[in-house]
Design a protein around this ligand. Structure first.
Ligand code: PMP
Length: 419
C-alpha cells in the first residue's frame, strides 16, 4: 500500500498519541468492516474502534436516523434535560434488553466515555457501603482517569501519574496462578483483622479482560466471586465496557455465567455508531444519589441516543446472538489451526465470542504480526501486559468473506514474520 505523509502528526501532536503510530496512514472513510485511507487503500477492520464499533462503521439504518434527526433540527446538546431522544432510548433499552432478561436496573448517564461509567460505579459503591476500598484483579483495565486507574492492574499506565492501586495489590485473576485460590486468600485477609485489608466497598472485574490480554474468566470463577460478594456484603461491579454489547456472544458478557452484578458499566458500543456514550446500570436499591450529586456537561448526547436506540433492533430476536457464536466458531477453527501449523508461534488461543486472541510466548512477535498485517490491509492490535497477544475484535456484523480474508492476511503475516 502507498505511504502517507505523517509529519503533521509527528510535528503537532503530543507524543502520547498511539494508534496513529500503529497504523501510520490518514483514514478517510469506512463502511461495515472496511476502512479506507486517503490513498485509496482499503483495510479490513479487526479492531472495531477497540470495541466501540460492534455494529460496524456507518450502519445504514443508524446513518439514516442521524440524517433525519439533524435535518429536523433535533437538539444536539441539552445537558441532561429530558429529550424525546433520551426517552426513546430509555424505553427501548428497558423493553429490548432489561425486561426479557428479568433484570431490574436504574439507568444512569455518567458522562461520555468508559472511564466515566467506571468512576460513577466506584463512587456509588463507596457511597452505598460507606467503605472506601475496591478490590481489583491483575491485568485489569478500567480507564485513564484517576479513580479508574486506581483499580487498573497495569503499572505502565499508572506509574507516570504516581497512582497506587486502591489496595496495594490486585488479586490474581481467575486461575491465573495454578492451584492458587485468590478468592479464598482475599476472604481470609479480610476476615483477619490484623491483615490490614479492610472490608472493601466493591469488587470490580471484566469477565473477559480486553486490554489485559483477552483473559476469559470461567463462569465457575465468576459465580464464586458473586458468592463471596453476597457472603461478605460487598458490591459487585462488572465493567462491560469492552466485553458488553454482544462482544462475547450475548448482550451482557455475564449472562451465561448466571451472575447478577449490582452495578454494570457500559460504553464503547452502547451508542451503536461510535458516538461517545456511556451508561451505568445500578440495582434500584443502590440508586442512592441525590439530584445533581454526579453531573457533567456531556451526559446527554442526543445523536448518540438516536443511534443507540436504533442499534437495539439487533437484539429484538436471538438471531444476532446466534450469528456471533457461529462466527466465533469460524474464527476459532482457524486460530487453533494456526497454533498447530506454526509451532514457532508458541501460541495459545484465548477469548470468547468475537473477543479473541493468540498469545505468543515469543517476545515482540504479536506486534510484528500486527504491523505486517497492517501493510497487507488489516487493522489489528495487540494487548496484554507485554503486548504478547494478537487481539481480534472484528465488528460483529462481519461476514464469512471478511473473516476468511482477514484471517488469510494474518496467516500470510505469520509466515512472513517467522520467515
Ligand atoms: N473499561 C474497559 C474494560 C475498557 O476496555 C476501557 C477502554 N479500553 C475502559 C474501561 C475505558 O473506556 P474509555 O477509553 O472510553 O474511557
Amino acid at each position: 500500500n502507498q505511504k502517507t505523509d505523517m509529519s503533521v502528526f509527528e510535528n503537532l501532536e503530543s507524543e502520547v498519541r498511539s494508534y496513529s503510530r500503529s497504523f501510520p496512514t490518514t483514514f478517510e472513510k469506512a463502511k461495515g468492516y472496511h476502512m479506507w485511507d486517503g490513498n485509496g487503500n482499503s483495510y479490513i477492520d479487526f479492531f472495531a474502534g477497540a470495541g466501540a464499533l460492534n455494529y460496524g462503521h456507518n450502519d445504514d439504518a443508524m446513518q439514516q436516523k442521524l440524517i433525519e434527526y439533524i435535518q429536523s433540527d433535533g437538539l444536539l446538546h441539552s445537558l441532561d434535560m429530558a429529550t424525546n431522544a433520551r426517552a426513546e432510548f430509555l424505553k427501548k433499552f428497558n423493553e429490548v434488553i432489561l425486561e426479557p432478561r428479568n433484570m431490574s436496573y436504574k439507568i444512569m448517564f455518567p458522562g461520555p466515555t468508559g472511564t466515566n461509567t467506571v468512576e460513577s460505579a466506584l463512587k456509588i459503591a463507596r457511597k452505598v457501603t460507606g467503605r472506601e476500598k475496591v478490590v481489583t484483579f491483575t491485568n485489569a483495565f478500567h480507564g485513564m482517569t484517576i479513580g479508574a486507574l486506581s483499580v487498573t492492574g497495569n503499572a505502565f499506565k499508572r506509574h507516570g501519574a504516581g497512582i497506587p492501586l486502591t489496595y496495594s495489590m490486585a488479586m490474581p485473576y481467575d486461575d491465573y496462578m495454578d492451584g492458587y485460590d485468590s478468592l479464598d486468600y482475599l476472604e481470609r485477609m479480610i476476615q483477619d483483622g490484623g491483615s490490614g485489608i479492610d472490608l472493601p466497598a466493591a469488587i470490580i472485574l471484566e469477565t473477559v479482560q480486553g486490554e489485559g490480554g483477552i483473559n476469559a474468566a470461567s463462569f465457575e470463577w465468576l459465580k464464586k466471586v458473586e458468592e463471596l460478594c453476597r457472603r461478605l456484603d460487598i458490591m459487585l461491579i462488572v465493567d462491560d465496557v469492552q466485553a458488553g454489547c454482544g462482544r462475547t456472544g450475548t448482550f451482557f458478557s455475564f449472562e451465561k455465567a448466571g451472575i447478577s452484578p449490582d452495578v454494570v458499566c457500559l460504553s464503547k458500543s452502547i451508542s451503536g455508531s461510535g458516538l461517545p456514550m456511556a451508561i451505568t446500570l445500578i440495582k434500584p436499591e443502590y440508586d442512592q444519589w441525590g439530584p445533581g450529586e454526579h453531573n457533567g456537561t456531556f451526559r446527554g448526547n442526543n445523536l448518540a441516543f438516536v443511534t443507540a436506540t436504533e442499534a437495539l433492533d439487533y437484539w429484538k430476536t436471538n438471531e444476532f446472538s446466534e450469528s456471533i457464536e457461529e462466527k466465533s466458531g469460524l474464527f476459532q477453527k482457524r486460530l487453533y489451526q494456526f497454533v498447530k501449523d506454526y509451532p514457532e508461534l508458541e501460541g495459545e488461543v484465548r477469548g470468547r465470542g468475537l473477543m479473541l486472541g493468540i498469545a505468543s510466548k515469543k517476545e515482540g512477535l504479536a506486534g510484528q504480526i500486527a504491523a505486517e498485517s497492517f501493510k497487507k490491509g488489516l487493522i489489528i492490535e495487540t494487548s496484554g501486559p507485554d503486548d504478547e497477544v494478537l487481539k481480534m475484535l472484528p465488528p460483529l456484523i462481519i461476514d464469512e468473506e471478511g473473516i476468511s480474508k482477514g484471517l488469510d492476511i494474518i496467516e500470510e503475516s505469520i509466515k512472513a514474520v517467522l520467515g
